[in-house]
Design a protein around this ligand. Structure first.
Ligand SMILES: C[S@@+](CC[C@H](N)C(=O)[O-])C[C@H]1O[C@@H](n2cnc3c(N)ncnc32)[C@H](O)[C@@H]1O
Length: 230
C-alpha cells in the first residue's frame, strides 16, 4: 500500500473505475514497469513508456502483455481504436506543449464509446487541458484530490519530486491508520477545486462521427517478445 494519502484516494477511484471497463483494448500511457496492470480488466493490456528499462521489467513480469517504447507527446496509435486509455501521474513531467500534444494523442486514440482517464496537477496548463477535453467529450467528470491536509502530511516525508525523504524511524512510524483516515477525508473535499492540488479526470462519449478502428501495431519496430519501439 502506498504511504501517501492522496495516492491511496486516487488509486481507490482508479481501481473502481477500471473494474467496470471490460472492453478489448486497454492502454496504460506511462505504464512504468506496468505497476497498475492488475487494475486493468480489458482483454488486452498495452503499456507505453519512454523508459526502456521500466518497460522491459514490466514485460518480464507480464510477458503476455504488450509494451511500446514511445514518447507520449509524439506517439499516436490508430484513431478511435482504444477502449480504455489511462495516464496517471505523468503529464506534470512534460513541458506544457508536450502535455497538450500527449492529451491530443490520447483523445485521438480513444474509441467513440471508450473512456479516457488522466490525472493532472492543477496548474497554469490545466484550464487548456480541460477545455480540450470538454470540447472532445460529452461527459467529463473531475475528481479533485490531494487536499491541503494531505499535502501538508506528505510534505513532512516526501520531497517535491515525490521521493520519500523520511528517516528510518519515520518509515516505521508513518502511521497507517492516520494515512488511511486522511485518504478517506479526501472524499469530503473532492468537489472543491481550490482546496486540492490534483485532478482525476474521466472522459466518456467522445464527440466524433468517425467509426471505430481496430488497434494495430503496424509501423512499430518489433524489438523483443511483445516489445515494440515507436
Ligand atoms: C511517476 S511514473 C507514473 C507511473 C504510473 N502511471 C503511476 O501512476 O504511478 C511516470 C512515468 O512516466 C514516464 N514518462 C515521462 N515522460 C514521458 C513521455 N514523454 N512519454 C512516455 N512516458 C513518459 C516515465 O518514464 C515514468 O515511467
Amino acid at each position: 500500500m502506498p504511504r501517501r494519502p492522496s495516492k491511496i484516494a486516487m488509486l481507490r477511484r482508479l481501481a473502481k473505475d477500471l473494474s467496470r471497463e471490460r472492453g478489448k483494448i486497454g492502454v496504460d500511457a506511462a505504464s512504468a514497469h506496468m505497476k497498475y496492470r492488475r487494475f486493468f480488466k480489458t482483454q488486452r493490456y498495452i503499456g507505453i513508456d519512454i523508459d526502456r528499462e521500466r518497460l522491459i521489467t514490466g514485460l518480464q513480469r507480464h510477458p503476455e502483455d504488450t509494451g511500446i517504447l514511445a514518447n507520449l507527446a509524439e506517439y499516436r496509435g490508430p484513431g478511435n481504436s482504444v477502449d480504455l486509455l489511462v495516464s496517471s501521474n505523468t503529464l506534470h513531467f512534460m513541458s506544457d506543449e508536450d502535455c497538450m500534444a500527449a492529451v491530443m494523442n490520447f483523445v485521438f486514440m480513444v474509441k467513440p464509446d471508450g473512456r479516457l482517464i488522466i490525472t493532472k496537477h492543477v496548474d497554469e496548463v490545466s484550464p487548456k487541458v480541460l477545455e480540450l477535453l470538454q470540447r472532445s467529450f460529452e461527459d467529463v467528470d473531475i475528481f479533485f484530490y490531494k487536499n491541503s491536509l494531505s499535502m501538508f502530511y506528505e510534505s513532512l516525508f516526501y520531497d517535491k519530486g515525490g521521493k520519500f525523504t523520511g528517516t528510518l524511524l519515520a518509515r516505521i512510524f508513518t502511521f497507517r491508520p492516520l494515512i488511511v483516515l486522511l485518504s478517506w477525508l479526501e472524499m469530503l473535499t473532492n468537489g472543491c477545486e481550490s482546496c486540492n492540488h490534483r485532478m482525476y479526470i474521466s472522459c466518456t462519449r467522445k464527440r466524433t462521427k468517425e467509426p471505430e478502428n481496430d488497434f494495430s501495431l503496424d509501423g512499430l519496430t518489433l524489438a523483443g517478445q511483445n516489445f515494440y519501439i515507436a
